[in-house]
Design a protein around this ligand. Structure first.
Ligand SMILES: [Zn+2]
Ligand SMILES: [Zn+2]
Length: 257
């Protein structure tokens, strides 16, 4: 898939921005790229915007009941540009949108600016998680067949390749190692209350000889309420995973920033 994308890159450098249609800056123009934002102060665990005072950089939710993962890194808020790119890639299967997302992953890894509060330090991210495995969010087979394309896996592969170029080897947990045996309703079609009740069930595929690694970064395209990723993290803890982090393209942010 990435090879196919690379072949199309040159062609796309003369093409229109996926979002605003401006010509000549590749799949994502500078203005759209720079409009991807993040809150100035975010929770050091879940990445949510912190409103008001927080002495140890944790949001109220994480102080009251912390998730099963230790940290969540993301490229930007799930706002206009990122939501549009992800929908165009996932639903519209637009290659140019996938290329734009890939370039954002590349930017993330090659950026060496230490800005821990904003979780915007990709090179250091690679260093920090150098002994972790990447686990693309499991997708039920029925949904994969319907979609024909696995965005979390593509993102994980790109992250792994980019980290490798900095001599950090972050392997990907074999596909179908963890499965979702039951069909669950799409989170995006539910409200917050329904989402909390909409339980995801995961299973270890014992047919595979591969043992689950002790340190895992879950990779996904979007986290909105965090319910789905929280349930997977809880399951992984139950399976003996000792260190857990999350990396996503976009995170739903409450309020304006
Ligand atoms: Zn644009
Ligand atoms: Zn939090």
């Amino acid at each position: 898939m990435w090879q196919k994308i690379s072949q199309s890159l040159q062609l796309l450098s003369q093409s229109h921005c996926v979002i605003c249609d401006v010509l000549g800056q590749g799949a994502l123009c500078d203005v759209c790229r720079q409009s991807i934002g993040k809150p100035k102060h975010s929770c050091r665990i879940c990445g949510q915007a912190i409103i008001g005072n927080s002495s140890d950089n944790r949001c109220k939710t994480c102080m009251q009941s912390p998730p099963a993962y230790e940290s969540l890194y993301y490229i930007g808020a799930y706002d206009e540009v990122l939501s549009s790119l992800i929908i165009k890639a996932k639903v519209g299967k637009q290659l140019s949108a996938v290329i734009a997302l890939r370039s954002l992953v590349d930017d993330f890894i090659s950026t060496d600016n230490c800005d821990t509060d904003n979780h915007n330090n990709g090179y250091r991210w690679a260093e920090q998680f150098a002994d972790y495995h990447l686990l693309p969010m499991p997708i039920p087979r029925s949904r994969l067949m319907q979609r024909g394309f696995n965005l979390p896996l593509l993102l994980a592969k790109r992250l792994s390749v980019q980290c490798h170029s900095f001599n950090y080897h972050l392997p990907i947990v074999p596909q179908h190692c963890i499965t979702q045996p039951f069909f669950v309703k799409k989170q995006s079609k539910l409200n917050r209350q329904q989402r909390l009740k909409n339980q995801h069930y995961y299973q270890i595929n014992h047919k595979l000889s591969h043992k689950l690694p002790k340190k895992i970064v879950i990779i996904d395209d979007v986290v909105t309420t965090g319910t789905t990723v929280g349930q997977l993290a809880k399951f992984l803890r139950g399976q003996g995973v000792q260190r857990l982090s999350v990396w996503v393209m976009a995170r739903g942010i409450i309020g304006k920033f």
